[in-house]
Design a protein around this ligand. Sequence first.
Ligand code: NAP
Length: 253
Amino acid sequence: MDHAGRHALVTGGGTGIGLDIARALAAAGAEVTITGRDLDRLKAVAAGTPRLHPLAMDVADEPSVRDGIAAAAGARGPIAICIANAGIAEGAPFHRETLDQWRRVMATNLDGVFLTFQGALATLGREDWGRMIVISSIAGLRGLKGASAYTASKHGVIGLIRALSEENMGSRITFNALCPGYVDTAIVSRNATEIAARQGMTEAEARAYMARGNRHKTLLQTDEVTGAAMWLCSEAARSVNGQTIQIAGGQVA
Ligand code: NAP
C-alpha cells in the first residue's frame, strides 16, 4: 500500500490504537499529523519515527480543532486520510451519572468527531480522494452496562458516518466506523484499576473480566484494529462506505 504524498490526521495519535495506526500510515509513506492534548508525549513518540508530525489539539475545543487543522493542512496539505480516534471511556451507573460527566464524554467522543471530520473535509475538494474513519466500539452497536454516555457517544458516531456517506455519495471520499471490542491499551488498564476497586477484584481478574467481554474471550491487540484501518484506506475498499466493522472475536450485533 502506497500513501506517499498523502496527508493523514490521526487524533489521539500519541498512544494506543491511534499511535499504531499512525505508525502504519507513516510506514506506508503518508505524512501523518498526530494530535492530542499532551504535546510532550506526542513529541516523544514522533522523535523515533519519520513522517510523524506532533500537534497539540483538543478535540473538545472548537478553536483548538479549527486552528490545529489549519496549521496541519497549511504545512502538509489537504487531509486525505482522517482517523477520528481520540476518545475517553468514563462510566458510572446511570442513576449516578452527572450531566457534567455526560457532557465531558459527548464533548470528546461525539462533538470531537464532528469537529474533526468537518475540519478535515473542508480541506478537500469535491473531486478529491479521501478516507474518513472513526474508531467507534462494540458500544456503538450494543449497550454496555455502566457506560451509558460512552455507549450513546459511540452509537452517535455511527449515525454520523452513515449520514456523511449519504451526503457525499458519488464522491471518492468514504466514511466508515471500526468497532473494536476490548483492546489492550491504556483505556483497558485504567478500566481494570477502576473495576478492581469497585468490584473487589485484583487487576488481573478485572482484565480477565474485560477479555470475557470479547466474543473469543481474548483482549485484542492494536494491530488488529490497524489492519482494518489500513484496508479501509486501500483502493480495494473504495466501495466500502457507511459501514461498521466489528473486531471483537465474533458477532456483536
Ligand atoms: P488511549 O491510549 O487512552 O487513547 C485515547 C487517546 O485520545 C489519547 O491519545 C488521548 O490523548 C486522546 N484524547 C482524549 N481526549 C482528548 C481530547 N479532548 N482531545 C484530543 N485528544 C484526546 O486508548 P485507546 O484504547 O487507544 O483509545 C482510542 C479510541 O479507541 C477511543 O476512541 C476509544 O473509545 C476507542 N476504543 C477503545 C477500545 C479499548 O478497549 N481500548 C475499544 C473500543 C474502542 P491526550 O491524553 O494526549 O489528549
